[in-house]
Design a protein around this ligand. Structure first.
Ligand code: GLN
Length: 488
């Protein structure tokens, strides 16, 4: 189906038909500043596309009232000079794990089905100050528990590339929506892959930031020592603009980092000469689907052409990643979810899904007397080994090239019905969070049956600028990220 509400834009005497939200944030913001486009037009297009597309993919949990969004858009249009951020007047989406004052926030769980928060997350405030316009709260695996957006109490999100398949998770709603150009960017949350996995499965770009780079204040906690708040968008360049707006220290989050926030957009064009990409060959063995392996390794040539050097290495200790991640992550979630006792927020514990109850029970078990030493403490030692393994790898290279998902998006039911396969699917994305490292997922190909494939570039702490620069320069010479689902 072709969308009917395309707009004719005049640009250097060229006339072409385009979906406004298919353009980059930089392009949109330039048109807005030149008054060749209004935020009202953008927001109107977003709501029209959502009306046509969302019933097919179920990406939203709560849609912001159109009149409210239009009122904000008019305000930005009328006071344009007051807004200096390139995000001013641009529609965006929040994963429903961020609290928003007076706007329902559910974390995709029936426990919080009717929860109206009394305050808003820092990331929301920063975007509000930038003049960005919130359009909706997006579907996800409840509490971040999952990688397919099937563990939601609001019906699964469908993959726009094939509606019988999952969109990934836990930030599946925002990813599917961006693939369909329902907004310009989104804020996801990544505890063990939740930004990168759905980005890779929907042909979009997502950045898991260094732990502490963006304030977690107002982010509903899954595993507090792993949780990160990050941008999801069509391109690395768009992610750079969003990250600049949301990063930085926050007095409300003691774990937010004091490091200055660079101008990530300016640094996109930095020279990559002399930088080295490490390829951990042991990650490209059994269990990785052949088309994914082939697609990723084919990109070596592209990276070399960008001036990057390649080096092969081994990271055998990463095989303990799943055990470390799931023991610590579930221990932390069992503690974090104890507050949902039905007295303070929402409904009682009977409303947790089977998957979430399983996670609380495993975490409680790992933390209980007699088992703590055997499980939790061992996992913390394993975490130290992961830190050392990455430190060691970074003595040979600047970034690491890894797969995001070992498989392409499965059909509904395949993951959720099989908890072990579900866990195995996270194998490449769970080792970075216990170490705190940033990682960028970018599109790099399609399977023979036209399902998106992504790769991830893992960097050293606070090296988001380098990851985004490599991602951007890669996207300047490749076209994968420009492909869109046929649904459009
Ligand atoms: N799929 C992983 C899990 O289920 C990661 C989730 C996340 O990053 N929130 O734990």
């Amino acid at each position: 189906m072709r969308l009917k509400h395309t707009t004719v834009i005049s640009w250097s005497s060229l006339y072409f038909e385009i979906m406004l939200l298919d353009q980059s944030i930089h392009q949109i913001s330039t048109l807005l500043r030149q008054k060749n486009l209004s935020s009202v037009e953008l927001v109107t297009e977003a709501y029209q596309t959502i009306k046509e597309i969302n019933p097919q993919i179920n990406a939203f949990i709560t849609l912001v009232e159109q009149n409210l969004a239009l009122k904000q858009a008019r305000n930005v249009d009328q006071n344009r000079v007051k807004f200096t951020s390139p995000l001013a007047g641009i529609p965006y989406l929040l994963k429903d794990s961020y609290v928003t004052q007076s706007l329902r926030t559910t974390a995709a769980s029936a426990v919080l089905q009717n929860f109206i928060p009394p305050y808003s997350a820092t990331v929301y405030h920063r975007l509000e100050d930038s003049g960005a316009i919130l359009i909706g709260k997006m579907n996800m695996d409840a509490w971040g528990h999952g990688g397919s957006t099937e563990n939601t109490d609001f019906k699964p999100t469908k993959n726009p590339y094939e509606l019988s398949r999952v969109a990934g998770g836990s930030s599946g709603g925002p990813a599917a929506a961006l693939a369909c150009r329902l907004a310009a960017f989104a804020i996801g949350e990544d505890t063990g892959g939740s930004i990168r996995n759905p980005a890779a499965w929907t042909n979009t770009t997502g950045l898991k930031v260094t732990y502490g780079r963006v304030s977690r204040y107002g982010c509903i906690a899954y595993a507090s020592s792993f949780d990160t708040v990050g941008p999801m968008a069509k391109t690395a360049a768009d992610c750079a603009l969003v990250l600049k707006a949301i990063a930085g220290q926050d007095p409300y989050d003691a774990t937010s980092a004091v490091q200055p926030v660079p101008d990530y957009y300016q640094k996109l064009t930095q020279s990559l000469k002399g930088k080295t990409i490490g390829i951990p060959t042991d990650l490209y063995g059994d269990g990785l689907d052949e088309p994914i392996k082939t697609a990723i390794l084919k990109q070596k040539k592209v990276f070399q052409a960008l001036g990057l050097k390649l080096v092969e290495l081994k990271m055998p200790l990463l095989r303990y990643g799943l055990a470390v991640y799931y023991l610590i992550g579930l221990s932390e979630t069992s503690s974090n979810l104890a507050r949902y006792d039905g007295l303070r927020f929402g409904q009682d514990r009977h409303f947790f899904t089977t998957e979430t109850m399983r996670r609380i029970m495993i975490g409680t078990y790992a933390l209980s007397a007699g088992y703590y030493d055997a499980y939790y403490r061992q996992a913390q030692k394993g975490r130290t080994l992961l830190i050392r393994e990455y430190d060691q790898a970074f003595t040979h290279c600047d970034v690491l090239l890894m797969p995001v998902n070992p498989i392409s998006p499965p059909k509904f039911g395949e993951l959720i019905a099989d908890p072990l396969t579900n866990i195995m699917a996270d194998i490449y994305t769970v080792t970075q969070n216990p170490v705190g490292l940033p990682s960028l997922a970018v599109p790099c190909g399609f399977t023979p049956n036209q399902l998106p494939i992504g790769l991830q570039l893992v960097g050293q702490l606070f090296a988001e600028d380098l990851l985004l620069a490599i991602g951007h320069q890669y996207q300047q010479v490749t076209t994968w990220h420009l492909q869109k689902p046929q649904l459009l």
